[in-house]
Ligand binder design. Structure first.
Ligand code: ADP
Length: 404
C-alpha cells in the first residue's frame, strides 16, 4: 500500500514538473546568471540547476564544463537524494558518505569531493530539482553562502512560476485566436447552410400554391412530403447546431471509466441499425480505463461509429475495429472502418462545422458530428485526425491528454 502511495505521489510530482514545460527547453540567460551567482558566492568550480523527471537528471544550466551532469540516469544523480527532502543537503566529503561514495564521479574522474544542493520546491510542496554546487576539493560553506544558495533556489522557483504563467497566457491567446477564427467560419456556415432548407421550403410552397389551384391530389401530397422533409432537416440542423454551440458551457467533470463499457452502451443505442446493416464491431485495448469526461467520450464514439456505418461500401458489411491504447502523455482511441474512405483534401476539411463531402440525397447528415468530436478532443487537450484513402476505409484517431 505504501509503495502504491509513493508511486502515485511520484507520478504526481513528475506531472507537476511537466506543467512547467521546462524539460529539454533551450538555455536561458536568467537561469545561467543564477547558476553563475551560485558558483561565485560559494566559490566552487561547478554549479548547476537540475530537474529530475521519472528517469533522468536534466540540466537547465551549468557552470563548469569538467563534468557532464546532463541527462544522467537517476542512479548516478546527486540531486535525486534531495527527493523527499525539503531542505539543503550538504556533503563536505563525498567519499565518506554512503549515498555518494560509489558514484562514478566520486570514485573515478573527476573525483567530486564536495556537494551542496537546495531543492526546488513547487508551491504545492513537490521537489522538482535543485540548485547545487560541487567541487573536486573538500569544502565547507559559511552560513551566508548557505543562505544565498537557499535564496537563489527561491529565485529559480520564481522564474519557473513566471514562465509557467507565460506559457498559460500564450496558450490561452492561441485558444482565443482559434475560437475567433472558428466563430467567423461558423457565422458564414450558419448563414450559408441554414438558408438551404429555408430557400427550398419557400420554393416548394410557391410550387404547392400553383398545384393547389390545378394539380392532382397526388402531386400536392408529394410537395407536402418534401416540405416536411426539408423542415425536419432544418430542425435537425438547428438542434445539432445548438448542441455544438452549447458544448463546453456546462461544467464537465472527469472520471475514471471503462471504454469497453461505454462502447457497449453506444452499441446498445444503435442496436437496430447495427443489426439491419450486418455490422461487425471488434474492440481491443492495452489500457482498460481512462480519465476523461464520460458523456463526451460516449458522444465521440457514437458519432464515429454512426459515420462508420453510414459511410459503408455498398454490398460490403461494415467491419469496425475500435481500439484504446496508451501513449506517454495521451490515451489514444481509434475507430477503423472498411467503408468508402476519404480523399486527402477531404480529410483536412471534414472536422469543420457543416463540412460534408457528399450530397444530402446520397448520405443524410448535418456535418456537425465531427466538428463536435474535434471540440471534445480539444477540450481534453488532445486532437483528432483521420487516415484514409478513397475506397480503402478510414481510421479516425483521437488523443486525450492524461490530465489527472
Ligand atoms: P455528417 O455525418 O452529419 O455528414 P460529420 O461531421 O459526422 O457529418 O462528417 C462530415 C463528413 O465527413 C461526412 O459528411 C462525410 O463526408 C465524411 N465522413 C465522416 N466519417 C466518415 C467515414 N467513416 N467514412 C467516410 N467519410 C466520412
Amino acid at each position: 500500500m505504501e509503495n502504491i502511495k509513493e508511486l502515485l505521489d511520484e507520478n504526481k510530482r513528475v506531472n507537476i514538473l511537466r506543467e512547467y514545460q521546462i524539460l529539454d527547453s533551450p538555455p536561458e540567460e536568467a537561469y545561467d546568471d543564477i547558476a553563475q551567482l551560485a558558483a561565485e558566492i560559494c566559490q566552487t568550480k561547478l554549479a548547476a540547476i537540475t530537474l529530475i523527471d521519472e528517469k533522468r537528471q536534466w540540466i537547465k544550466s551549468q557552470v563548469g564544463s569538467e563534468l557532464k551532469l546532463n541527462n544522467i540516469p537517476l542512479s548516478s544523480s546527486f540531486c535525486v537524494h534531495l527527493l523527499g527532502n525539503k531542505d539543503l543537503v550538504i556533503v563536505p566529503d563525498c567519499a565518506k558518505d554512503a549515498r555518494f561514495s560509489e558514484n562514478p564521479i566520486v570514485k573515478n574522474g573527476p573525483k567530486i569531493a564536495f556537494y551542496a544542493g537546495v531543492p526546488l520546491v513547487s508551491p504545492d510542496g513537490y521537489m522538482l530539482g535543485s540548485i547545487c554546487v560541487l567541487d573536486v576539493q573538500q569544502r565547507e560553506l559559511a552560513p551566508y553562502q548557505l543562505n544565498a544558495l537557499k535564496v537563489l533556489a527561491k529565485q529559480v522557483m520564481k522564474l519557473l512560476e513566471l514562465s509557467k504563467i507565460n506559457h498559460e497566457l500564450l496558450s490561452n491567446r492561441n485558444r482565443i485566436e482559434t475560437r475567433y477564427e472558428e466563430l467567423e467560419r461558423f457565422s458564414y456556415a450558419i448563414s450559408h447552410d441554414l438558408r438551404g432548407p429555408v430557400k427550398n421550403i419557400s420554393a416548394l410552397i410557391g410550387l404547392l400554391n400553383l398545384q393547389l389551384k390545378s394539380g392532382s391530389e397526388e402531386d400536392i401530397k408529394q410537395y407536402m412530403i418534401k416540405i416536411v422533409k426539408e423542415s425536419d432537416r432544418m430542425n435537425k440542423l438547428v438542434a445539432d447546431l445548438l448542441e455544438f454551440s452549447l458544448y463546453g458551457k456546462k461544467q464537465q467533470v472527469k472520471e475514471w471509466f471503462s471504454v469497453a463499457d461505454i462502447l457497449d452502451d453506444v452499441k446498445l443505442s444503435m442496436e437496430q441499425k447495427l443489426r439491419e446493416n450486418n455490422v461487425m464491431i471488434t474492440y481491443s485495448e492495452t489500457i482498460s480505463r481512462i480519465y476523461a469526461v464520460k458523456s463526451d467520450i460516449t458522444r465521440l464514439l457514437q458519432n464515429l461509429l454512426e459515420n462508420a456505418v453510414k459511410f459503408r461500401k455498398i454490398g460490403t458489411p461494415p467491419k469496425i475495429n475500435v481500439m484504446c491504447t496508451e501513449e506517454k502523455e495521451y490515451w489514444k482511441l481509434s475507430v477503423q472502418d472498411n467503408g468508402i474512405g476519404i480523399s486527402k483534401e477531404g480529410s483536412e476539411k471534414i472536422f469543420e462545422v457543416f463540412s460534408r463531402l457528399h450530397s444530402n440525397e446520397r448520405y443524410q447528415g448535418t456535418g456537425i458530428g465531427l466538428a463536435t468530436c474535434k471540440r471534445i478532443a480539444e477540450n481534453h487537450d488532445g486532437r483528432i485526425w483521420v487516415e484514409s484513402a478513397p475506397n480503402e476505409g478510414s481510421t479516425f484517431y483521437v488523443l486525450l491528454k492524461k490530465n489527472l
